[in-house]
Design a protein around this ligand. Structure first.
Ligand code: GLN
Length: 195
């Protein structure tokens, strides 16, 4: 299995480190020619969604990645990555890949520090440490979306078809459960595509 990690801004190095720890090969996607390698799954890291969105167009990576995501390549977006995958962003006109039918609110957990840590649970994954950094939450979701975990009544982890999104950053903790869950889902999905 080979996982492509979008590496134009934000916390991509931490995702690659976690992938290395679970023995899965990965590579950085920075420019169009990086997509000559085949990938079984894609990770969109945290960072600043507006900056990543802008750079996706500048590097011309946007449309080939959108085609892959639309064609059900397994994808996991953390924090800014969740915003990039959401169909609607509250108070904004535009969206990016728009694959998961949710409305997200950016910088949703308060204005002061905006960062905090807690322990939460996700069905099918278990108890997990959750690190939030100026994180979005899910304000609305269509019924096909499975909300895995909520904080203060708002979704912070969800799945839909090939998509996994988390408001928090498992890659900034030592806990590899969410990554393993994503890889398992991706393997199932790859088998389905091959059949
Ligand atoms: N606040 C950032 C945004 O709106 C996301 C923060 C993060 O990825 N840690 O894009």
């Amino acid at each position: 299995m080979n996982v492509g990690v979008l590496a134009i801004q934000g916390g991509f190095a931490e995702h690659r480190k976690a992938l290395h720890l679970v023995g899965v090969s990965s590579f950085e996607i920075r420019k169009l020619s990086d997509l000559q390698q085949s990938l079984d799954a894609l990770i969109l890291p945290g960072g600043e969604s507006t900056v990543i969105g802008h750079l996706l167009h500048e590097t011309q990576l946007f449309s080939p990645l959108k085609t892959m995501i639309d064609n059900d390549l397994p994808v996991w977006g953390t924090c800014a990555g969740m915003i990039l995958l959401a169909r609607t962003i509250e108070d904004e006109q535009k969206s990016y890949f728009g694959k998961i039918p949710i409305t997200v609110k950016r910088n949703a957990f308060g204005r002061q520090l905006g960062s905090f840590h807690m322990t939460g649970t996700c069905p099918g994954i278990g108890k997990i440490p959750m690190t939030f950094i100026r994180a979005p939450f899910i304000k609305d979701a269509e019924k096909e979306v499975q909300i895995l975990s909520s904080v203060n009544g708002y979704g912070v982890a969800a799945t839909y078809r090939n998509v996994l999104v988390t408001s928090f950053h498992p890659e900034l903790t030592d806990d590899l459960q969410v990554l393993k869950y994503f890889l398992q889902r991706s393997q199932k999905n790859t088998r389905k595509v091959m059949r």
